[in-house]
Write a protein that binds this ligand. Structure first.
Ligand SMILES: Cc1cc2nc3c(=O)[nH]c(=O)nc-3n(C[C@H](O)[C@H](O)[C@H](O)COP(=O)(O)OP(=O)(O)OC[C@H]3O[C@@H](n4cnc5c(N)ncnc54)[C@H](O)[C@@H]3O)c2cc1C
Ligand SMILES: *[C@@H]1O[C@H](CO)[C@@H](O)[C@H](O)[C@H]1NC(C)=O
Ligand SMILES: *[C@@H]1O[C@H](CO)[C@@H](O)[C@H](O)[C@H]1NC(C)=O
Ligand SMILES: *[C@@H]1O[C@H](CO)[C@@H](O)[C@H](O)[C@H]1NC(C)=O
Ligand SMILES: *[C@@H]1O[C@H](CO)[C@@H](O)[C@H](O)[C@H]1NC(C)=O
Ligand SMILES: *[C@@H]1O[C@H](CO)[C@@H](O)[C@H](O)[C@H]1NC(C)=O
Ligand SMILES: *[C@@H]1O[C@H](CO)[C@@H](O)[C@H](O)[C@H]1NC(C)=O
Length: 537
């Protein structure tokens, strides 16, 4: 009963890239030649890291980090070039030449964007893939680290543990291959969120390339831009190369457990009770149910990390959640880094193999995900409607709901502190996820997308409203999208923007207007700049 945990895009935008290419064939080819010439004039080294569509490695580089197989289908648009820089100067050259020759840039760090905005665009585009910007340097004494965007959160966890004898950590999510670039620029949270908040809450400096190709740090970018890249999504503002982060303390021994309960074992009652205690228990305790269908029943696995030993955990559970019946035998003490491996979905027996955190190669799937926030529990009697939707589906469909408890630090930080706004008042965030193996056809997508849409519709009365909150790192183009061409109005973008950022959306627009008024860095859900009326005409 090992749940898979991961996430995915719905819209087929009208203009296909292929159409564009055949239409403007000749002049585009010339433009691309000029772009490549421009790059080699700007940088001596760049030719070694450009993959054209003719290059035999093009496909493998393209496929390397994209997580959602749906977007690797042959019908999806492909980049004209992929650039995998080693040097900042190569990124600077790429920004300058892309701007000059009108090519859109998609920046990719770990490639986990659910709707693959880092790998797919419907206008002529290139990918800047930061796979080779993946250094992590930890200063255990100062309790800080510099981490490059192309590192994975698994590598980051591993290096911090290694350099600090397991006494320091960083509050990131539970999938080792997620990239630091997307994760930190969108917020980023995992089992340490109740104790320490989101990853972006701990960023203290950053290096980035702006639209003019300038290399900036916190001081030279200024506090507004530095604010925006900590949760507002990096892709709207430039290319963030590396991050300085404050590390957090973890005890030498932590405890994990994962208790499965079926409907026959009172899963519904337990889920209901969980909703009433999860955000109130001690902040060292994180309990996250994962609910899915198993044959003719539903199972909820109550998965937990406790920042301390079993002896301190058992009385806390006895006091707040005795119904779960947790015993000493259900619990396992380990080091924090082993708990990372365990919570990443590896079994107890594999948790000591911390080297898996360094791997970038995990099986990929087609998937779709969504997220909600709840300020009130779902009524106990309403769970049946959720189960009914699972039972309508094919038994092989792997759909799941993950309940992520709030309270503690994540709820204490004020809403405008960084762009990630979902704070006090939330009791949990609910993640919807369905995956279906290797099938990249539209038919398979429709079928599974339909299930998740039904769940999302069903929960409407129980989740936040006006707006219905969403999380940019659980990218979902269903909640609204910009046109990828032409001007974008702030008003239209506010439909999805306020779901992700609440009122921080308007400050993000303000920052965007200052740093990228011509909207060079854009995608289906990038922050638009304010425009003067004359530009709209
Ligand atoms: C299997 C799976 C598990 C996940 N688990 C969690 C979890 O536990 N907690 C959680 O909070 N989230 C989780 N996520 C979501 C994850 O945090 C986001 O998808 C995140 O944005 C991924 O970062 P990336 O670098 O891998 O993605 P990418 O696809 O490379 O980038 C995501 C977005 O950020 C932009 N971007 C990337 N790098 C840069 C950069 N250097 N500069 C500027 N813009 C950049 C991209 O252009 C794109 O718009 C999960 C996702 C998946 C697929
Ligand atoms: C492919 O591109 C890489 C990086 O630019 C280069 O080193 C390699 O020689 C190219 N291979 C082919 C077959 O063109
Ligand atoms: C790819 O190769 C073809 C044929 O060799 C050539 O005409 C074309 O210009 C090349 N394209 C690029 C982007 O290098
Ligand atoms: C990244 O760097 C490594 C080591 O130099 C190299 O082997 C690899 O080919 C590079 N990856 C890409 C995609 O350029
Ligand atoms: C389910 O809960 C009832 C009381 O609400 C209890 O009597 C019963 O033993 C529980 N079943 C299991 C399997 O724990
Ligand atoms: C579900 O079915 C599979 C095989 O059909 C079986 O191995 C498994 O034990 C069943 N699980 C439950 C919880 O009934
Ligand atoms: C959405 O939910 C409402 C009320 O719960 C229901 O009446 C409606 O049929 C649902 N729509 C879809 C498409 O499932």
């Amino acid at each position: 009963m090992k749940p898979h945990h991961s996430f995915f895009c719905p819209k087929i935008l009208p203009v296909t890239f292929i159409l564009l290419l055949s239409f403007f064939g000749e002049s585009l080819a010339e433009n691309h030649e000029n772009f490549l010439k421009c790059l080699s004039l700007q940088s001596d080294t760049i030719s070694k890291v450009i993959y054209t569509q003719n290059n035999s490695s093009y496909s493998s580089v393209l496929e390397s980090s994209i997580q959602n197989l749906v977007y690797l289908a042959p019908t999806k648009p492909k980049p004209l070039f992929i650039i995998t820089p080693f040097h900042v100067s190569e990124i600077q050259a790429t920004v300058k030449c892309s701007k000059k020759y009108g090519l859109q840039i998609r920046v990719r760090s770990g490639g986990h964007d659910h709707d693959a905005l880092s790998s797919v665009s419907y206008v002529p585009f290139i990918i800047v893939d930061l796979i080779n910007f993946s250094e992590v340097s930890v200063d255990a004494e100062e309790k800080t680290a510099w981490v490059q965007s192309g590192a994975t959160v698994g590598q980051l966890n591993y290096r911090i543990a290694e350099k600090s004898q397991n006494l320091l950590a960083f509050p990131v999510g539970t999938c080792p291959t997620v990239g630091v670039g997307g994760h930190l620029s969108g917020g980023g949270f995992g089992p340490l969120l109740r104790k320490y908040g989101a990853a972006a809450d701990h960023v203290v400096d950053a290096h980035m390339i702006d639209v003019k190709g300038r290399f900036l740090n916190r001081e030279s970018m200024g506090e507004d831009l530095f604010w925006a890249i900590r949760g507002g999504g990096g892709a709207s503002f430039g290319i963030i190369v590396s991050w300085k982060i404050n590390l957090v303390a973890v005890p030498s021994t932590v405890t994990v457990f994962a208790i499965p309960r079926t409907l026959e074992q009172n899963a519904t009652k337990l889920l209901n009770k969980w909703q009433h205690i999860a955000d109130r228990v001690h902040e060292d305790l994180f309990i996250s149910p994962i609910l899915f269908r198993m044959n003719s029943t539903m199972v909820s696995i109550f998965t937990s990390l406790f920042l301390g030993g079993i002896d301190r955990l058992l009385p806390l559970m006895q006091e707040s959640f005795p119904e779960l019946g947790l015993t000493k035998q259900d619990c396992k003490e380990m080091s924090f880094i082993e708990s990372v491996v365990y919570l990443d979905g590896f079994g107890i027996s594999e948790s000591a193999n911390v080297d898996v955190l360094l791997s970038r190669n995990f099986p990929k799937k087609s998937f779709k995900g969504k997220a909600d926030y709840l300020t009130e529990p779902i009524p106990e009697e309403a769970f049946q409607g959720i189960y009914d939707i699972f039972f309508e589906e094919d038994e092989k469909t792997i759909g799941l709901l993950q309940f992520f408890p709030y309270g503690g630090k994540i709820s204490e930080i004020s809403e405008p502190e960084i762009p990630y706004p979902h704070r006090a008042g939330n009791i949990y965030t609910l993640l919807y996820f369905v995956d279906w193996g290797q099938d990249t056809t539209n038919e398979a997508f429709q079928r599974h997308d339909n299930m998740i849409k039904k769940l999302f519709n069903y929960t409407t009365p129980y989740v936040t409203k006006n707006p219905r909150s969403a999380y940019i790192n659980y990218r979902d183009l269903d909640i609204g999208a910009n046109s990828n061409e032409g001007p974008i109005s702030v008003e239209e973008a506010s439909v999805w923007g306020k779901k992700y950022f609440k009122n921080n959306f308007y400050r993000l627009v303000h920052v965007k207007t200052m740093v990228d008024p011509d909207n060079f860095f854009r995608n289906e859900q990038s922050i638009p700049p304010f425009r003067l009326v004359k530009d709209e005409l």
